[in-house]
Design a protein around this ligand. Structure first.
Ligand SMILES: Nc1ncnc2c1ncn2[C@@H]1O[C@H](COP(=O)(O)OP(=O)(O)O)[C@@H](O)[C@H]1O
Ligand SMILES: [Mg+2]
Length: 366
């Protein structure tokens, strides 16, 4: 039961998707807009554990219910374009079967296919990704079907992403029914990029995964603990909901621990709740804080350590002083870290951490 209710591991689809209904609706409405609409190219941005991967999978389900042929999330790696083609072929053939369109004998009315949406060997071996995607889009649009391509762990400087974007734009130019949603870390879009990709990403609709609202988290715990038959006093449940800090990953980690620590007696007191939260934090620090820091430069880290030293929200003048650098110099790192989604500016001249528990984690080394 616990296993079914809590899924504290990356990419694991949760039993219930908390607090993302409005975002899902908004993205889906955009995807269903006219071919060529700007809302059909979406970039989802969020820190590690903010729920990008599971949101993409949820979108995959809902978009295919809405009639799209969906290439389920493909991670940006070598060979991703071939996998995108294969996923469209598989999903497309499924759709055609459901519509009872005969798919044998190359009878889709488009040249180059052997059976169903499989290419003839000559085309398979000699033609580019762009050619194949174009043929698939045309064949499916003859059947009244649009294509949605989902990309996870966006690396904006990858040559494959560049190719995918160029192909997408050409198909949009043709008026084809195609849409694309990509998800990545906040820094993915501001990295030094080649012109075409950067322009595309800048114009795309951006969806930032904000922290989950407290009330959504608390209501989820209320119901989940009830389902598990756990006796968790309201005050302790709210302590757990506060400790989540809006992070979906922490939501899963803490929920999982609460049910684990409650044991067969199914009760939680002050002490066990503290232990459950503490050990979730340790996992979170290892999986999110550590990984976030290791992707940054030494100077970025020096800036963050200075922030933790000064205490947050931290005045920029004091951060610069603690770094032993000029304000101008510190400004450069402020910008970089805001772009990377690691810090935010709650008010003019001040900075605060945007990743839960990162400050605590850094304080250990001060
Ligand atoms: N909206 C949500 N409600 C509940 N749990 C979620 C939600 N989004 C993500 N999770 C959980 O959080 C964890 C991280 O999600 P994941 O999609 O892997 O994050 P990301 O891809 O951004 O690193 C997983 O355990 C997942 O089950
Ligand atoms: Mg992910």
């Amino acid at each position: 039961m616990t296993e079914a209710l809590f899924s504290p591991s990356f990419g694991n689809r949760p039993h219930e998707l908390v607090g993302r209904e409005a975002i899902l609706d908004n993205i889906l409405t955009g995807l269903k807009s006219q071919p060529g609409s700007k809302d059909r190219a979406v970039v989802i941005l969020g820190q590690r554990g903010s729920g990008k991967t599971v949101l993409l999978w949820e979108l995959a389900d809902r978009a295919s219910e809405a009639g799209f042929v969906v290439a389920t999330p493909t991670i940006v790696t070598d060979g991703m374009l071939e996998r995108v083609v294969e996923k469209i072929q598989d999903a497309g053939e499924n759709c055609l079967r459901k519509k009872r369109v005969p798919i044998s004998g190359g009878n889709l009315g488009v040249l180059g296919f052997s059976v169903g949406l499989q290419f003839t060997p000559e085309i398979q071996d000699s033609k580019s990704f762009q050619y194949k995607l174009t043929q698939l889009t045309r064949a499916l649009s003859k059947q009244g079907k649009g294509i949605l391509i989902l990309v996870d762990e966006l690396q904006a400087n990858s040559p494959d992403i560049r190719q995918l974007i160029i192909a997408y734009q050409e198909l949009v130019g043709e008026g084809q029914n195609i849409a694309i949603v990509m998800a990545g870390l906040p820094g993915a879009v501001s990295a030094t990029l080649n012109d075409k990709v950067l322009t595309f990403l800048n114009r795309a609709k951006k969806v930032v995964l904000e922290p989950l609202p407290f009330s959504d988290v608390d209501a989820f715990y209320l119901n989940a603990f009830k389902k598990l038959g756990l006796d968790v006093p309201g005050e302790l449940r709210r302590e757990a909901s506060t400790a989540v800090q809006g992070s979906p990953y922490l939501l899963q980690l803490i929920g999982h621990n609460v049910s684990l620590y409650a044991g067969s007696e199914k009760t939680i007191d002050d002490a066990t709740m503290s232990e459950a939260i503490k050990s979730a934090q340790i996992d979170y620090e290892n999986d999110v804080c550590k990984t976030t820091l290791s992707a940054l430069s030494d100077k970025d880290r020096a800036f963050l350590t200075a922030m933790a030293k000064v205490g947050t929200p931290a005045k920029m003048s004091e951060v610069a002083l603690a770094m032993g650098e000029s304000q101008d110099y510190a400004q450069k790192y402020r910008r970089r870290l805001i772009d990377a989604g690691v810090i935010e500016s709650p008010e003019r001249g001040k900075v605060d951490f945007a990743v839960p528990y990162l400050e605590k984690y850094l304080e250990q080394d001060i």
